[in-house]
Structure formats: structure tokens, C-alpha cells
Design a protein around this ligand. Sequence first.
Ligand code: ADP
Ligand code: MG
Ligand code: MG
Length: 908
Amino acid sequence: MQRQSQWVKAFEEGHAGERELLGGKGANLAEMTRAGLPVPPGFTITTDACRDYYRTDRKLPDGLMEEVFAKLTELESKQGKQFGVAPTPLLVSVRSGSVHSMPGMMDTILNVGLNDRTVEALAELTQNETFAYDCYRRLVQMFGNVVFGIEGMLFERQLHELKRERGVEQDRDVDAAGWKQLLERYSALIRRHARREFPQDVREQLTLAVEAVFRSWDNPRARVYRKVHHIPDSQGTAVNIQSMVFGNRGEDCGTGVVFTRDPSTGEKVLFGEFLTNAQGEDVVAGSRTPRPIAELAAEMPAVHGQLLATAEKLERHYRDMQDIEFTVETGTLYILQTRNGKRSAQASMKIGVDLVAVGVLTPEEAVLRAEPGHLDQLLHPTIASDAELDVLAVGLPASPGAATGQAVFDADTAERLAASGKRVILVRAETTPEDIHGVLAAQGVLTSRGGMTSHAAVVARGMGKPCVCGCEALAIDVEAGTLSVGGQVVREGDFVSIDGATGRVIRGSVQLKAAEMTAELQQLLVWADEFRTMKVMANADNPEDARKAREFGAQGIGLCRTEHMFLSPERLPIVQAMILAESKEGRMEALGQLLPMQRADFDGLFRAMDGLPVAIRLLDPPLHEFLPNMEELRAKWDDLQAAGAIDTAGSPASSELQQLERLMRKVKSLHEVNPMLGQRGCRLGILYPEIYEMQAEAVFLAIRDCMRDGVQVVPEVMIPLVGHVNELSLLRDMVERTAHHVLQEDLHRVAYKVGTMIEVPRAALTAGRIAECADFFSFGTNDLTQMTYGYSRDDAEGKFLSAYVDRELLPANPFQVLDTEGVGQLIELAVERGRRTRPGLKAGVCGEHGGDPQSIAYCHGIGLDYVSCSPFRVPLARIAAAQARLQQSAAPKASTEAAASLQMQAAQ
Ligand code: ADP
Ligand code: MG
Ligand code: MG
């Protein structure tokens, strides 16, 4: 009798490890059956069969249905019922179930095995004709929809009509005669649309149902879902054939869904809903409002108790929070499905830590399960998940977090209103350095132009401010103070909200949930720090960010971008004067004014990071970034001319005009065809040595001051954009001279380092030479990616990159996820050659990739010493670095898969 089956497996023959073969639902039904839980018996058609079906151009595999009917015979004897035969007809459900959960994407048919004869037998057997015909009409409806492809709405409409005629509100108030009448109409519907009868032959029913479930793998919504979740189309679905249990037999019956813990808070309470006298998907369908599970305790105390015990057992068994489907038939509990439950970020942390506390998980497992994306959500304010939103448009999600406030259209107004205690959102077509005070004052920034590295985006991310940029659907009229989109107008002072994690722009104010570092997150981070070997630094440009970074656990500052210090409203004019100076003397004078300011900046940073390294990068961007843009100047010029400045020489307007013209000449002379590859970074420092000298002097003066106050300073000076060792050699000499000059006899007490960004491919290739002059390498992977691919990021992201990713020409946006295959080669090569010259050379990544979990794992794998990311991503990076280490040490190679599947399961 026990013939080896090729395509089917009884529940008791399988187990949870056979997910790939049995699908998630089938594997878990098997596992629960083995564990002795009350699962209605049945069997699973494997995903192999589905793959075979598609391989043979949609033909059921040879021998499949023979095996199915053989297994069905076993099921009949187990249940003491016969399929399609009175007086005790066996009914089954035919359920889809893929490897990765795809909730609601595929189809399931209940009550297969009913026909005009067996329905009478069921009525007789249960002494409940209404129930029997309710089951039958459900079957015909689902069958018509799933097998014959008739729109579900058509059936629903008939049902509504019938209830109206009979003067009843609820399905449960329809009697047997009503269901019989509905069945007539359903049959007619099927005849009309499918041009055939509903099959009375139950074996034909089963065959068609199995095939329809296979087919549902390929329906459009399933295809879209797979694409979004990166599930391979080739995987196929399993089909579960399971003996029916009935929650619709009366008031001592019901069906529901429970989570073993609250999925939004993680609290350990049974959480869920149920309906009495209902079948299958009535709970989620929304036709009746389900009741909270707590009420089941009063109504069916024994069942509730059993459910609690089962929840506990399942959670321990699967070592994770479970999402469970159950049905109660005349007081008896059955479990129909279990899977790892989806949960909020907060719940996820709490559940992980709580499961360690009760000994279900080890700390290592809890850390491995933490989802970096969840951390990102936790550390920024978010929109309350139940908020109703009036979404106006969607732009680029440039800096995570949500913000709400009154729309303002210029930086000065933003500053003024914020000073009077108002919350504002700065709305600009695009932002320029001059808007910085507005950005600072605003809750968040919204622009209609610019990509993920546009000024607004970079600045906002650095400040941890929410930002949506490049939202091209918005028409922004600064003069009128309006923002319009699709016929809607938002005026200055109206409330708008943005969600920087999704790019949504929302009309009105929304309820925000504050970011919080919960006790559970702290605990996970403490564990992560024990496990990881790679350091996590922060990119920070001011003492406030530095303190924040430290609070989040940064072990130093990996990148301080000094240009951000030049952009404040009181400094920008001095910086501009420096740039406009016609002579070296003029330039020196302006630099002389900047020196004490820079000195104070560095002083603040060193004090905030007392005892930890601080890497200061000398000025990087081309000078024209500090000047207004040409269009603006031209507009001003036109205005002045119109005001008649020309005719009245000597008037104030005339001298203004002269100044303006001088500025325009300078802007023109600094104009570059391709600024990314132009005069910036060390090239600037070499041609205008006095700028770098001023910065170096400020660094060492601050060091001297801090040391005198007992602050432990660990300074690093970083030279950007080096491509040839000679550039670095020259600038290193300058730094050393300055150190000597400022520190004098204190010099030997300061172990400062001089290093370089590796961001030009030539620097990576000649790293062996460059290391002769560098104490450390900091990979500037943003620029390195631009130059390796030959993409200018703003142009690429604005134009072709998303099309490339959509069409799978690239696996991901290389500015978000490090291109390990290409850019990675340069990094590995540079580390190897650099360390050959200088053993133990410190190396890390300070580009945006330093905050991306996948890239962090790679950095760990190739032996980098640290990653540096924005303060808000520091906790995420700590977890990701620990995960990388744990995955690596578990068992090389295979372990990464195991951990990935663990994470994948946790995510489902
Ligand atoms: P989905 O994957 O869309 O949840 P399911 O296969 O889980 O589809 O089934 C849909 C509904 O039918 C669920 O509520 C499930 O509990 C119920 N159901 C499935 N099989 C049976 C059965 N044999 N007896 C009773 N209810 C069932
Ligand atoms: Mg289900
Ligand atoms: Mg760079």
C-alpha cells in the first residue's frame, strides 16, 4: 500500500525543513501534524509538480492525479468518510502555498466534494440543511471564480440581491431555501460565463481545482508581488489538499486568526480576531466585523485556553512569534496554518530580546534576526501607522523620517517663523548653499528638483532631517508662495507633511511618532558590540551631531566635511569675499577672519569626541559652490537695470551694479564644464595653498587648546581626491610644517595622522605608492562609484539609473548598495597594496555605503577596520557589522545562507 509517491506527500511524512518542496504552508502543516497539534489531516502536492506543469506548457504531470486519488483514499479511511459518496461525504480544501509567503496573492477553494447529492447527505449527517447549502454555495462561488475565472463581483451581486429580496442583512440569516435559490442563480451565472455546468463529478472538481491553483501562481497580482519581493518566478507553488473542518455549523463554531504577541508593540498577549458561525476568509473579508480574541475567553473558555496553550507551544517550537489560523467546529479547536508573524519595528526588537530572556533564542540569534530596515524606522520620527493620509505626490525618499509643518517657500521666512516657535517645511524648487539656515530651521525639506545627492538631500541627511526631493509633480511658485499639484494648491502657511522614508508628500498635518531608543534596542546593541570586530564611526560636522553620534554609539568621527562649516549665514559672505579676492593678500585677509571660526569648530568637535578619533577632511567642493548661481545674478542684474541704475552713475544702485558685475565675472571664470572632475579637493588645496594652510592651522590650534584642558585628542587630517602620490606628498609636508609651527615643543605629545580619501580610481590602483605618504585610507565610495562607473550621480539617478534597475541591468543602485564586483575590486586591491607598503594600514569606508547593511557586510568580509555613516545610521551599522561577523563565523559560506534564510523567515 505504501507506494513511493513522486508528487505528493502526506502531512505526517513531511517537516518544516521542506519548505522548498512543500511550500511554507505545507511544511508547517506537516510540522504541526508531527508535533501532535490538532491539524485536519491531508497531503501536499509538491512545488516540483507545479514546476513540471509549467515546463510542459501547462499540462498536469503524468501520474499526478493518480497519486492524488491514492492519497485521497488513505485520507478517506483515516476520516471514515468517502469523497463524493453519501452518507458520509469527505470534503476537502485545495489550498495554494508557495515557498515564500505571498498573502492573498494566489487562490484557495474550500468545500470541494460537494454536489447535488452529497450536499443532501451533509445536511442529513449534520442535521443542518442551512449549513450544508451554505457550504455548497461557497464552493460554487469560489469554483466559478477561481477555476472558471468569473469575476467575484458577479457572485457577490447575486448574494446581495438575494438578501435584499429576502429582507435580511447578514449571510447568517439566510436559510436553506435562500441558499438553494442562490445556487440556481450561481449555476446560471456559470452557464452563461463558462458555457458549461458546475461539475457534479467530484474527481473532476478536484482535478480542475488543483490545476487552477497551479495557474494562480502566474496571475498578474502574484507576478507583481514576486517582482517586488524578489521571489523567483521559477519557484512554483505547492497545493495542499486538506480535510475540511467547519466553523459555519452554528454558534458553537467559528474561525479566526491570532498572533502569539501583539504585532505592533511586541507585548506578550494573545492578539487577534474571530467570528462565530463563519468559514474561511470571512474574518479578513470584512463583510462582518470580527471580534477581539479576548471575548473568546468568555464565550468559549475551553477553546480559548487551548488556543493559548497552542500559541505558546507553536512559538517555542518555531522560536518566533506566530500568526495562526484556527477554526472551531462544535467546540473543538483545529489549527489550519501557522507562520512567522509580520511585525512593526518596535515589536520586532522587543520580541527578539524577550525570546532571549526566556531562553528560546541566544543573543547571537536575536542580533541576527534584527532587521536593519527596522532600525532605520525606529530612529526617526514616523507617521503613525493608522493615520489617514491625503497623499499629494511622491518624490525621492532622500532622508528618512517624517515631518509636518507649515509650508514656506524661502529660507529667510523659514528662519523667521521657526524663531517664533512655528514648525515649518521648507519648500523649494531646489536648494542652494544659501538656503542652509532655512534647512536648519525647518522640520523637513521638500524640493521639486534634484536627486538623492542634491544639496538639499545631502544636507538634510547629515542633519538627520527628513527630506523628499526631486518631486517633479509639484509646481512650485516662489513668488506667489504656492505649491500646486494635480489641481490642488498649498499656500504659504498651509500645513504639509513629508515622509522621507517613502517620498510621500501629504496635505495637512499628520500625527508623528517620536523616535526612540528603547530598552530592547539598547540591549540588542550591547550584544551586537560584543560580537562585531569592525568599528563604526560617524560622519559629523558639528559638535551637536558629534554628541548625537556618540550617544548612538559611534567610536569616533570618520569624516568631518569642513565645507559644511562654511555655509552658515554669517560665514558665507566671508567665504565669498575670500573667493572674490583679486590678490593673495585679499584672500589671506578673509581667511584670517575664518581661522578663529574654524578653530572653534574643531575645538567643539574634539571636546565632544574626547578620547575618540576625529578625521577632518580639508575643503573638497569646487569654489563656485559657495557663490550664487548665474541665473540668479542675471535676474538681479536685469532688475537693477530696469531700476535705471545705469543712467545715474555714482548712485547706490550703480555701485551695486558694479559689484554684481564683478561677481558675475568671477562666477563665469570659475564655471566648469564638469565640476565633478574639475578643480576641487586637493587640486584646490594645491593651487590655493593658503586655504588648506588656514584649515590645518585651525586644527592644530584647536588641538593645542584642548590638550591644555586635558581633553584627549586623537586627530586625523584627511586629504580629499588624491590621484597621484605627489599630491599627497606635497600636502602632507604642508600639514607637518603647520603642526610643527603651531605645536612647537608639544609636537611629540600629539599622535596625529595624515591620510587620504581613496576616491579616484588611480589612487586605488597606485595605493602601494600612496600608502608611502598615508597613515590611513578612507574610501570615499560615492565618488569612487561615480568615477568607476563613469556616472555622475545626480544625472544618473535623475535619468537612467532607475530604468536600469527596473530592467535588471543592474542588481541595485550602486550609490546605495556598493558594487562589490566592480568598485569592490578597486577597494580590495587598494587595501592589499596599501597594506603591503604599510602593514596594518587603517582602512575604512566613509561614503553613504557605510550605512548600508549589505555593503557593511562586504566591508567586514574584506577586512576593513571601520565604516563611517551618518549619526542616525550608527545603531544600524553596529547591528549590521555584528551580523556580518556572526554569519561569517557560523560556518563559512553555508552560514550566510542559513542566516539569510533565518532572516527571511523572520521577515515573513
Ligand atoms: P490564504 O493563503 O489566502 O490564507 P488558505 O489556504 O490559508 O489561503 O485558506 C483560506 C481560508 O480558508 C483560511 O481562513 C483557512 O483557515 C481556511 N481553510 C483552508 N483550509 C481549510 C479547511 N480544510 N478547513 C477549514 N478551513 C480551511
Ligand atoms: Mg491562510
Ligand atoms: Mg568625495
